[in-house]
Design a binder for this molecule. Structure first.
Ligand code: SF4
Ligand code: SF4
Length: 298
């Protein structure tokens, strides 16, 4: 089962949920893979101290023009939907950072003057941490083309029974790339007006993708109850609440996860998994739950 942990904005506790869920389910005997798809700012590794076994470069093809063959006709610039290639005064300029590697310019060049070269956009590291498999992508500085790197991170998890994806924050194309093919999305938020605002946007995104989802409230106890009211009115299941607790921050400061110092939290993560496993007809760990509704739960 693929579960994506997402949020409408950064700093809500998405990584807290992803890492603690991974460890809790590993302790129940499942083969778990955690994928850090927040390739612009991966931070799961800070909390789980992984040992990496392999690291590989990720490249994308970009066009290069043979000026001996080029006639300066401008067809390549005409077909490029991303303004990544321009013809000026008989010269062809390629803007690698804008190129989406669609191959259109190469296909339409009447002189067959365009070929492709590989351009490195980042690396993927793969290893283990706390008994589960762990993969992260790291985008090169200044690079904007995140989807190919996220795809490569996702490719590493085929062996696992439960795959947990820590998505980038927000609702951009890199989040959509992460969420696609997921069986379930958990939207993490904080019980504040800002949290609610970003949650509403994230809910719209997941509904458009037609993937079952629920909400988790982190730092429960701060702020107000507007997130709870919203979920109730919208029929969205609220499947996980993590109370504001100083011990969670203290655990992180010494490289531990919350469930390692607060064992009572582990059950919450297991119950959450059981709820969605039951609903999606995948074998759970024990117990059942009918809390998921169609509007939020699929
Ligand atoms: S389409 Fe080919 S021949 Fe025409 S300008 Fe582009 S590279 Fe040159
Ligand atoms: S490969 Fe596609 S995106 Fe890149 S320059 Fe050519 S047409 Fe534009």
């Amino acid at each position: 089962m693929k579960i994506t942990i997402a949020s409408g904005k950064g700093g809500t506790g998405k990584t807290t949920v992803a890492t603690n869920l991974a460890l809790s389910l590993t302790r129940t005997g499942h083969r778990v893979a955690l994928l850090d798809c927040d390739v612009e700012e991966p931070n799961c590794h800070l909390f789980i101290q992984p040992s990496f076994e392999k690291s590989s470069k990720v490249t994308v093809p970009v066009p290069r023009v043979d000026m001996e063959k080029c006639t300066g006709c401008g067809k390549c610039a005409e077909v490029c939907a991303f303004a990544a290639i321009a013809v000026l005064g008989g010269n062809v300029l390629v803007f690698d950072n804008l190129c989406h590697s669609c191959g259109g310019c190469m296909l339409f060049c009447p002189e067959k003057a365009i070929s492709e070269v590989d351009r490195e956009i980042g690396i993927v590291e793969h290893g283990t941490a706390k008994g589960f498999s762990f993969t992260q992508g790291i985008l090169n500085v200044g690079e904007v083309n995140t989807p190919p790197l996220i795809k490569e991170v996702k490719r590493q998890a085929s062996e696992a029974e439960i795959i947990i994806l820590d998505a980038p924050p927000g609702t951009s194309c890199q989040v959509i790339e992460t969420i696609q093919e997921s069986d379930f999305v958990l939207l993490v938020t904080e019980p504040t007006p800002f949290g609610l605002n970003d949650l509403e946007i994230a809910v719209e995104m997941v509904r458009a993708l037609e993937i079952p989802f629920a909400v988790a409230v982190n730092r429960h106890g701060i702020g107000d109850d507007r997130v709870h009211t919203y979920c109730e009115e919208e029929g969205i299941p609220l499947l996980l609440e993590i109370n504001e607790d100083r011990r969670i921050a203290e655990a992180y400061s010494v490289g531990q996860l919350a469930v390692e110092v607060m064992p009572e939290l582990e059950n919450k993560f297991i119950e959450f998994y059981d709820s969605i496993a039951h609903h999606l007809h995948v074998g759970g760990i024990g117990g059942s739950d009918e809390k998921l509704s169609r509007r939020g739960g699929g």
